[in-house]
Design a protein around this ligand. Structure first.
Ligand code: ZN
Length: 504
């Protein structure tokens, strides 16, 4: 079975804050431009997702980045073109108001594409679809395009975790005219016609799922169209109601008697009441509360319909441009939670890049390898072997064991700073945890960087001596600063190579 191959240096990942590596797991990749000289289709692809702000806004920085990719055997750079705040990294003529700050005078996409092509590397322009910034141009100019929850709020009113404001506004995929046809599709068209990119890449091609998965969209448009989509009542003779004929003893078995499902007082209901009916109502009175089946189906339809429309438009304006998508690892599960049943999109997506990050699995590194293998095999079945699957691996998560002790020390130091002066018990507890964190990484650290081991070791000792009783703010500050510097510039070899080297 295939294993992930990571050939680029760790330093590269750190400098450019890159995420990901992908490889193929498909037996009939038709992309012959990547074929090796023996004319066998290439079965393995190396790609990465990259963010322009971590690369730079001048020709030299872009060239340096492309050189690094070349040395790392990267075939495709999936470059962020429209970020999660709605900001653009190309010099858009149609949406100049959305261009990212700092990128107004440097056409990043143009520069990267020409440098990459000169090195034989493909460019996949990555657009975040339905997520926008609270201060982004789309929401500022068209607040009416946002997704709305049963209380009438946008996703920006949600909390991430228990307190943190969510900070993003998701746009409604259903409204026409709306965000899809007035904003998103024209953006993809502009990229596909103004730049010689090899492909365009969907991301966030779904409903919001990290906050309130079942909360969207109940905008006026969706409230009007959901019942229409599922034909919960007839548009003609809407006032006539048809009752269930209970001919069968099993209540649900009477669904075929064509009952009117929409309540008679639908028009008088407010948003919350309508949403409650669409989520918790019953198809057949007395039957199970199954109405949300239609809600899920409506959402699946909206996302799939958008994927289809986008492909039609992009292929019309530039038939040479391929289309790829970053998707969740399990299309059956993501169909239910975020409207993303991506295995049904094979006519409109040329390459799937599931986010099979280790952070989406429980267990050890070894468990991850097994689950990744199993999941990738299942994904190939889900798409019926019709399209290549590139397994997306967020490399940072591969090193949970190596990074955890550093993060633990950092967090405990921060907590220790906040303790009351007389809290000696709390101080002792934090001191023990810091000591333990350091012990966990010490041996490995001594092997790869004896200097760092000595320096950090002595700072840890100062902070934790005597159960932390004598600790000074200056000592905590020094340890925090040193650990932070260490974390952002890890010594070569700190990440064990065997985690990312290929085995067949
Ligand atoms: Zn809507």
């Amino acid at each position: 079975m295939h294993c992930a191959v990571l050939t680029f240096g760790l330093r590269l990942m750190l400098i450019a804050a890159l995420v990901g590596i992908v490889f193929t797991a498909h037996s009939s990749v038709t992309d012959t431009t990547h074929a090796s000289s023996n004319s066998q289709p290439k079965r393995e692809v190396h790609a990465l997702w990259a963010h322009p702000p971590s690369i730079g806004t001048n020709v030299e920085a872009v060239r340096k980045f492309v050189d690094q990719c070349k040395r790392a055997n990267i075939d495709t750079i999936v470059i962020l073109a429209k970020g999660a705040q709605g900001e653009l990294y190309w010099k858009s003529k149609r949406f100049p108001q959305a261009i990212a700050k700092g990128f107004e005078n440097f056409d990043f996409l143009e520069n990267l594409t020409s440098e990459a092509h000169a090195q034989g590397i493909k460019i996949d322009a990555w657009l975040c679809d339905f997520i926008e910034g609270v201060d982004g141009a789309a929401y500022r100019e068209h607040p009416e395009w946002a997704q709305i929850n049963p209380d009438g709020g946008t996703t920006a009113t949600e909390k991430l975790g228990h307190t943190k404001p969510y900070g993003y506004v998701w746009m409604c995929p259903a409204q026409r005219p709306g965000y899809v046809d007035q904003w998103l599709i024209p953006m993809f068209e502009e990229v596909a016609t103004s730049y010689p990119v090899d492909s365009v890449h969907h991301d966030y091609v779904r409903y919001p799922g990290d906050v309130a998965p079942d909360g969207y969209c109940f905008c006026d448009y969706c409230l009007a169209h959901m019942p229409k989509y599922a034909m919960l009542s007839y548009q003609t003779r809407p006032a006539e109601r048809y009752r269930v004929k209970f001919a069968q003893p099993r209540i649900e078995a009477n669904w075929w008697s064509d009952p009117t499902m929409l309540p008679a007082d639908w028009d008088q209901m407010d948003r919350r009441e309508k949403a409650d009916f669409l989520l918790n109502g019953r198809t057949v009175p007395g039957g199970p509360p199954d109405m949300r089946y239609f809600f899920y189906d409506y959402r699946l339809h909206q996302i799939k319909n958008y994927v289809r429309e986008l492909a039609t438009h992009v292929r019309h304006v530039n038939p040479k441009v391929a289309i790829s998508a970053a998707v969740f690892k399990n299309p059956v599960l993501s169909g239910r939670f975020i409207g993303q049943r991506w295995n049904e999109w094979t006519p409109w997506i040329d390459v799937f890049m599931p986010m099979t990050y280790r952070s989406h699995f429980a267990g050890s590194f070894e468990s991850y390898l097994d689950h990744l293998t199993e999941t990738t095999a299942r994904q190939i079945e889900w798409v019926n072997h019709e399209r290549p699957i590139y397994a997306g691996i967020a490399t940072t998560y591969l090193y949970r064991e190596e990074l955890q002790p550093i993060d633990d020390i950092r967090e405990r130091v921060t907590e220790m700073k906040l303790l009351a002066p007389d809290d000696s018990r709390g101080r002792a507890e934090k001191a023990r945890a810091i000591k333990l964190g350091f012990e966990t990484m010490r041996k490995h650290l001594a092997e790869v960087s004896p200097d760092a081991e000595r320096e950090i070791g002595s700072l840890v000792l100062t902070v934790t001596a005597n159960d932390g009783r004598d600790v000074t703010p200056a000592a905590l500050e020094s340890l925090a600063a040193r650990i932070s510097r260490f974390r952002s510039d890890l010594p070569a070899g700190y990440f064990p190579r065997e985690k990312t080297l290929a085995v067949n």
